[in-house]
Design a binder for this molecule. Structure first.
Ligand SMILES: Cc1cc2nc3c(=O)[nH]c(=O)nc-3n(C[C@H](O)[C@H](O)[C@H](O)COP(=O)(O)OP(=O)(O)OC[C@H]3O[C@@H](n4cnc5c(N)ncnc54)[C@H](O)[C@@H]3O)c2cc1C
Length: 484
């Protein structure tokens, strides 16, 4: 006899508490299976990387440990979602599919449409719940902020579970050993995934680490301890926004505002998915950039000859995290100093950010590249930022050990060292550390000049109006610029 069941499809919601789809499955009273799907053609996309898989893997292990008392399990399937779900619908009489609604790239959106079509075919009711405060189908932001706050301060769900009553027959989508051997090698330099680790990070921030939050936000070294460091846990859904809000004292205003920015950016992307591939301000569509693959390579590897830029990139490659200002500086350097199209660097940073979320990443990247026409063009000077935010060069020395022996006055501008002095400091320009990839003493870069000129054009202004009308910032975002 064919058993009647429901399915829960886990995506970027890798947690067992404050989880609507899991609650719905419990309340429905039928046996249910919980699935997480790794889809080869999505994993092969240029924004994806091993560190993302490892984080998901660790999160799944944590979920399964938590679900064990009820003999429940999130089953990892390897195959296309359509193929996997089709199989379950053929093996069982599936009544409902429960999941969160994903704000993702075009690829995952198309996948979801295909799944919706198959669910209709199988007569399965697919309920997609709203993820955090992000709404689908908005034409503008009227009332969004109020609705967001209502959601953010509402009580998180305390999920309860009943024992699994179904004998879980094996499915034909096991994870192949190749190419996933890397999963068994723990990467100690990165934040570990999972709800338990998420709670540890959040708790230590709220109890002690927040003390110098504002003072250290912009500092590449100190921010590593003083910022919350919960971004990967929010990105992969180990925590929900309201769980964090619920546990945060109202006095931590700057931090609470940033939780709102999290959803504000994802909401932008939800409303304008073109962010992924096109400059959102159409006036910038045909902007000319110089294409230099050697510049791109140097930027990606942290070998530009600009110590702060290289230190940031190397820290990212190793640990998957740097603070906001340094992310903005990397983008600014790529687009404004190296004169490269933002699209040539956006996927590299997506791959190395452990907290990569397309909804934040693409809009932020474009904002920092200066192609929205709606935000000021902010050019981050690596030397001035180094002198201000890493004045003693501790961050640079940690990540660019070639410059260990340079005195502080040269640490952010090694090109100023004379040939005579360089041998004293055990440093050979162009040999032990690269010459600057572009001229350091340039007044205004051609890219910035072009961006400013374009900003004044009729089309850019017209587009700006359209963008603001549709996606305009909540007032508290205005303070972002002042604080950073
Ligand atoms: C080019 C660029 C790309 C970015 N890509 C991502 C990304 O893919 N994923 C991501 O989570 N963040 C991204 N950010 C935003 C920001 O840098 C990180 O959220 C922040 O550094 C995470 O560290 P934290 O958890 O210690 O943040 P905290 O400062 O402690 O803030 C708490 C939370 O608020 C949210 N938040 C903070 N600042 C921002 C912001 N400016 N915009 C949106 N949300 C914010 C994050 O969820 C963060 O975890 C990007 C920024 C830039 C400039």
């Amino acid at each position: 006899m064919v058993e009647t069941i429901n399915l829960v499809w886990i995506k970027r919601d890798l947690r067992t508490s404050d989880h609507l789809p899991l609650q719905a499955a419990e309340e429905a009273g039928l046996p249910y299976r919980i699935l997480f799907i790794w889809e080869p053609d999505i994993l092969a996309q240029p924004d994806q990387s091993e560190r993302h898989r490892r984080f998901e893997w660790e999160s799944l292990q944590d979920m399964n440990q938590r679900l064990r008392p009820w003999n429940r399990l999130v089953e990892l399937c390897y195959g296309s979602a359509v193929e996997v779900l089709d199989w379950f619908c053929q093996e069982y009489k599936v009544l409902n599919l429960y999941s969160y609604r994903e704000t993702g790239t075009l690829k995952t959106y198309q996948r979801d449409r295909h799944v919706a079509q198959r669910m209709r075919f199988h007569q399965v009711a697919w309920t997609e719940y709203q993820r955090n405060g992000v709404e689908r189908g908005l034409q503008n932001r009227e009332g969004w902020l109020q609705r967001w706050w209502t959601h953010a301060v509402s009580q998180p769900i305390v999920n309860t579970y009943s024992p699994q009553s179904l004998a879980l027959r094996p499915h034909p989508f096991p994870l192949p050993i190749q190419p996933f051997e890397f999963l068994s090698q723990r990467q100690g330099s990165m934040q570990p995934g999972g709800e338990s680790n998420a709670n540890t990070y959040l708790e230590s921030f709220i109890q002690t680490r927040h003390t110098h939050y504002i003072a250290h936000l912009s500092k590449p070294l100190e921010s590593r301890r003083s910022c919350a460091r919960i971004s990967p846990y929010l990105a992969w859904g180990n925590l929900s926004i309201r769980q964090v809000m619920h546990r945060t004292p109202s006095g931590l205003k700057a931090f609470r505002n940033r939780l709102q920015w999290h959803d504000h950016f994802i909401q932008k992307f939800e409303q304008e998915t073109r962010y992924e591939t096109e400059s959102i301000n159409q006036a910038y569509a045909d902007l000319a950039w110089t294409h230099r693959s050697d510049y791109l390579k140097a930027w990606e590897l942290g070998q530009t000859g600009y110590p702060l830029v290289d230190a940031c990139m190397r820290a990212l490659l190793e640990t998957g995290w740097i603070n906001f200002r340094m992310r903005a500086l990397l983008v600014s350097f790529l687009c404004h100093r190296l004169d490269q199209d933002w699209r040539w660097g956006v996927n590299h940073l997506a791959r190395v950010f452990l907290d990569y979320h397309p909804g934040i990443h693409f809009p932020q990247f474009q904002m920092q590249a200066g192609v929205t026409g709606a935000n000021l063009i902010r050019v981050y000077n690596p030397v001035l930022n180094g002198l201000k935010h890493d004045p003693l060069g501790h961050f640079v020395r940690k990540w660019v050990p070639e410059l260990q022996k340079l005195p502080n006055e040269f640490i952010h501008q090694p090109w100023a060292v004379t040939p005579l002095e360089s041998s004293l400091f055990g440093f050979e320009p162009g040999v032990t550390y690269p010459h600057p990839v572009v001229e350091p003493n340039q007044n205004q870069s051609p890219a910035v000049k072009r961006l400013w000129e374009l900003r004044q054009s009729e089309e850019a202004r017209h587009e700006k109006k359209r963008i603001l009308g549709k996606l305009s910032h909540p007032p508290s975002l205005q303070s972002q610029r002042r604080r950073r």
